[in-house]
Ligand binder design. Sequence first.
Ligand SMILES: [Zn+2]
Length: 101
Amino acid sequence: MANRMDERRKGLEEEYFRRKDQEAIEKLRAKMKVAAEAKAAGTSSMQCPRCDGTLKENSFEDVLIDTCDKCGGVWLDSGELEQLTRKESAGWLNRLWSAEK
Ligand SMILES: [Zn+2]
């Protein structure tokens, strides 16, 4: 009896996290769609997700990153973080990630 309860609870937890993942993926897809549309329209600039500033493309360590002209927030396209991490293999970003594992 107790086992069945545990299994049911586990199932509900899995369902909950699966749904949360799905929501996060859909939000990310929506943001990527906005970015793709802005690029297709010939404007590399798009609105900052945090404030009403505009994201401007900047080159940092040969990787293009979008930086907000108002709050200074940084926006990375998919793969850009990996590129920066690889360049910074002995740097602070990698040390930070190693420390968290
Ligand atoms: Zn901003």
